[in-house]
Design a protein around this ligand. Sequence first.
Ligand SMILES: Cc1cc2nc3c(=O)[nH]c(=O)nc-3n(C[C@H](O)[C@H](O)[C@H](O)COP(=O)(O)OP(=O)(O)OC[C@H]3O[C@@H](n4cnc5c(N)ncnc54)[C@H](O)[C@@H]3O)c2cc1C
Length: 488
Amino acid sequence: MKNHFDVLIIGTGAAGLYGALHISPEMSVLSVCKGEILLSNSDLAQGGIAAVTLDEDKYEYHIEDTMIAGGYANNPESVYELITEGPKDVMNLARLGVEFDKNEDGSYNMTLEGGHSLPRILHRKDSTGNAIVTTLSKVVSKLPNVTISENTQVIKLVKEGGMFFATLLIGQEQSVVSADYVLMATGGIGRVYEYTTNSKIATGDGIVLAHKMGAVVENMHLIQFHPTAFAHEDRERLLISESVRGEGAYLLNCNFERFMHNYDERCELAPRDVVSKCIMQEEKKTGSNKFYLNISHEDPKFVIDRFPMLYEKLKAEGFDMTRDNIPVYPCQHYLMGGIRVDLNGQTTIEDLYAAGECTHSGVHGNNRLASNSLLEAVVFGRMAALEINRKFKENGKKAPVSEPADMIEKCGNTPLPHGYRTKIRHLLQKGFYVVPDVEAAKNSINEVKEIQKILENKDFVISRDLVEARNTAIIANIILNDVINANS
Ligand SMILES: Cc1cc2nc3c(=O)[nH]c(=O)nc-3n(C[C@H](O)[C@H](O)[C@H](O)COP(=O)(O)OP(=O)(O)OC[C@H]3O[C@@H](n4cnc5c(N)ncnc54)[C@H](O)[C@@H]3O)c2cc1C
């Protein structure tokens, strides 16, 4: 692999791949990802992608739904950009080969999800994210100007003389590449929690890389807890998509009674943060953390056809979703905060761009509206790419800069002992899980700082595990700090 590229894209989820697709063909691009190309949160997305495509829908309705869900803490300009640009990108995905479900008359089959005032979610059965990234990865792999490097973790990023230098870890080997522009598309932070719906890549690496460079990282306490993850003991919890409630499923308490009407007139289709908090209140009332989803009143054939992936996965766990109550509980799902970006995906560091879940673009406010994040990933991935193209056209290639001396991390001999990451996750969960606990957060933060110091020990072998443990500690520290500040 050569060691200089015009653009380095870190991440091959929806934001990174769609960004790569829009970089102009005369620029060389290196796209890297930590695992296999499809291992990402994007691949796990089930429900769909929201966009105004029906005659009876209007931009204003989607904007208003987004603002209501976000508690009007959204940035109106970025919401406007998301919603007015989004339909173009969704139709482009269809043109590229994403086969969104259609009705018999050929029109798109729209579904409804919590917080949307009308059905506007395009979907591919219950595996929409997989359909999108599979299509995009095929298209991007064929681009002659894009080199894709899998199982390649960026462990260090610095800017020197206007040029970016990144240390890549492939297995145990480190190497350095330089780039004129960087697009950070590293996704979320779910694996900093004990229980999350997120993929194992979601350890906040890109946010830490940007933070260490001095980029503004903000609103990290804005974390979405999805109300209906399947309540089993695995760390990566199976999400029971919002669209299951959208298609009529009831949320039941430990007595198998519906309860949402006691808290919110939108019942099961209230926004996610509302439903998650209602579950916690109901738990206090009944003294039980047992909650269930039930869609057995709908036609079994419809349920199996509409949710084939969920049906099979739940069946493997011993539950028939056409008949049984499915145990659910809130779970970490999405990060609304992150690296601050403007409408072009520009961070506060010149020529460092970011898109997707690692960013705070302001589109989601305090709470993301369902199916708006795949949309954010593609719209802002494209915006960032177009801005990089514009700057490249205006300024040409940058003058070469020699590699800084300390890019390769010294590797010690001691393997990372087990247990640090587990401890960090536990401490964070105590401080903030659906409802913040400021006193617990204050206690947790001191312990996290102690672990952080231990992890900086130079004797440890440099490994993906070590880098992720360090990043996890830094992310937990930032979140706990923001939780304390936001609630004091
Ligand atoms: C279970 C589940 C269901 C969801 N359902 C929906 C839905 O229906 N609709 C919707 O809109 N949203 C949904 N979401 C949210 C949405 O999928 C994500 O927010 C969005 O796809 C994030 O895209 P991304 O490109 O920013 O990040 P990701 O898709 O997570 O991609 C991150 C990429 O960064 C790479 N990476 C990370 N760190 C490094 C590093 N140090 N070095 C190199 N590479 C790195 C990873 O390998 C990966 O390729 C869901 C999320 C989950 C978890």
